[in-house]
Design a protein around this ligand. Structure first.
Ligand code: NAD
Length: 511
């Protein structure tokens, strides 16, 4: 690191309250944690940024107990008052947007524009949740019994466990936390050990807002590994909901543990997203969309396009244009404004990419472009295009790297069947100018994913909709629409304002 970069980094960290070594748990005060120290590594330079002392299971217990106490108070606050606190949190994030966006880039390696976009997503979530705080509606129904009224209401649920992945180190917390907060829940955040500093920075900001409002410490934090924090949290009967974002393997393990105690889980797991391009599609639009969706965030989005289905009439020309476009991408320092692709998160991700490519070639794939890790400092790789066929088992796996498998098809029905023939079901898209093809893709016999787009790529969802996917992606829904319901408990209430006691279904039980 140059002297200039070092001094910029030091002042960035100081502006967010990050110290060289930080405690990794917060229960209303920072806990003197007793778990192992982890270093946060800048994937661009491979240098440590700062370290965190992780939480032990005893530290987790303190955070959980405090979260229960905070919930008992917070649930009694009127929802719009809780919304006002979230509004102020959104404002505080606006004030720190530049610094937080830069910290996301420093710690995770996504380009600065995407780091800032991620913070903007948190701000948008805060705004959305403020509105929700006045719209946590229940229905009222007509009772079959005379002089009876029946309705349902939604109450706060309890402390929520939030487990997040490295690739959206702050936005995924906000999808959950902003909504859970207006719903009246407290929460315990277990971020990825690869991105602990952003979690410390956000928790500091959130706590300042809570304190200014004399609100209980609802935004708890426990940074630790799966044994010291993950296991006690998922098995904890005081935590009615575990919202977990990460790989399918993680979801399988957490889903089982939570189901064992009959808790609720909200799972946002891996994707294997495809774009179908028909002969009649606007090729320029499709090219730009594929490039952003396949190469953006260095292929480390859950919604990254990993499979491309080209109709035979345009396949050769589209591939040629794609290769030219890939040639123009130079992986480089994600802090530089001209950079479109930064590094992968760590050395293991580079190894996983190499292994997947070797397997793809063994299984009959042909590398059209890229395929190499870039020598030198930082976890840089070439964005890669592979000509593939649907018989290759590797194309059913999510490799968290910029590998795009390309297939060809004759008829749309064939492309849809191939598109759906993977275990994951997160995001999907079709590029076409034919309204019949678009509607077929969106029909019940079309894409089987939680997200289906027309003439838009698979990534970059807006927060107003419910976000999530089907099959091994886990079935969870977060962010907008009626996703708030999972953070609350529904209560059906019937009130008798008469002087008789009629029974439902005409049952008679008179003595
Ligand atoms: P990961 O599964 O390795 O880790 C995710 C989180 O789960 C981390 O905090 C990790 O410590 C924790 N964890 C892992 N195993 C656990 C266990 N047994 N018990 C408790 N906690 C456990 O994932 P990652 O590498 O950080 O992120 C990449 C993955 O996340 C990809 O598969 C990506 O598709 C997925 N993802 C999905 C979405 C979505 O909304 N569907 C969003 C972002 C990322």
């Amino acid at each position: 690191m140059t002297v200039d970069t070092l001094s910029k980094t030091t002042s960035l960290l100081a502006s967010l309250g990050i110290e060289p070594e930080n405690p990794g748990a917060f229960d209303g005060g920072w806990i003197d944690t007793s778990g192992p120290v982890i270093e946060s590594i800048n994937p661009t330079t491979e240098e440590p940024i700062a370290s965190v002392r992780t939480a032990s299971s005893e530290d987790y217990e303190r955070v959980a107990a405090a979260s229960v106490r905070a919930f008992e108070q917070w649930r009694t606050w009127p929802a719009p008052k809780r919304g006002e606190v979230v509004r102020q949190l959104g404002d505080e994030l606006r004030r720190h947007k530049d610094a937080l966006g830069a910290l996301v880039t420093l710690e995770m390696g996504k380009i600065l524009s995407e780091g800032l976009g991620e913070v903007q997503e948190m701000i948008d979530m805060a705004d959305l949740a403020v509105g929700m705080s006045r719209q946590l509606y229940g229905l009222s129904m007509h009772s079959e019994r005379p002089e009876h009224r029946m309705y349902e209401q939604w109450h706060p649920l309890g402390p929520v466990g939030i487990i997040t992945a490295f690739n959206f180190p702050v936005a995924v917390w906000a999808w959950n936390a902003m909504v859970a907060a207006v719903c009246g829940d407290s929460m315990i955040w277990k971020p990825s050990a690869k991105t602990p500093l952003t979690a410390v920075a956000i928790t500091r900001i959130a706590q300042r807002v809570l304190e200014a409002n004399d609100a209980p410490p609802v935004f708890g934090l426990a940074i630790g590994d799966r044994n010291q924090v993950g296991k006690p949290m998922t098995e904890d009967r005081r935590i009615p909901l575990i919202s977990a974002t990460g790989s399918v393997a993680m979801g399988r393990s957490i889903g089982k543990a939570v189901a064992e105690r009959l808790g609720r889980s909200l799972l946002e797991l891996g994707g294997n997203n495809g774009i179908v391009i028909t002969d009649d599609a606007d090729q320029d639009l499709a090219l730009r969309a594929v490039l952003f969706a396949a190469v953006g965030t260095a292929g480390q989005r859950c919604t990254t396009t990993r499979r491309l289905f080209l109709q035979k009439g345009i396949a050769a020309s589209f591939k040629a244009r794609l290769v030219e476009a890939y040639k123009s991408i130079t992986p480089a320092d994600p802090m530089e404004h001209s950079t479109l692709m930064g590094p992968l998160v760590d050395g293991r991700a580079v190894e996983d990419m190499k292994k997947a490519l070797a397997t793809a070639v063994e299984q009959g794939g042909r590398i059209l472009f890229g395929g190499e890790a870039i020598e030198g400092t930082g976890f840089f790789v070439q964005p890669t295009l592979v000509e593939a066929n649907v018989q290759m088992p590797i194309t059913c796996d999510e490799t968290f790297a910029p590998i795009l498998y390309i297939f060809e098809f004759d008829e749309l029905a064939e492309a849809i069947a191939q598109h759906n023939a993977v275990p994951q079901g997160l995001s999907s898209a079709i590029f076409t100018t034919n309204v019949l093809s678009a509607e077929r893709f969106l029909s019940p016999a079309g894409s089987d994913c939680g997200i289906a787009n027309v003439n838009i790529g698979t990534s970059g969802a807006e927060i107003g909709g419910a976000f999530g996917g089907e099959k091994e992606t886990g079935g969870g829904r977060e962010a907008g629409s009626d996703s708030w319901k999972i953070y609350m408990r529904r209560q059906t209430c019937t009130i008798n304002y008469g002087e008789e006691l009629p029974l439902a279904q005409g049952v008679e039980f008179d003595v």
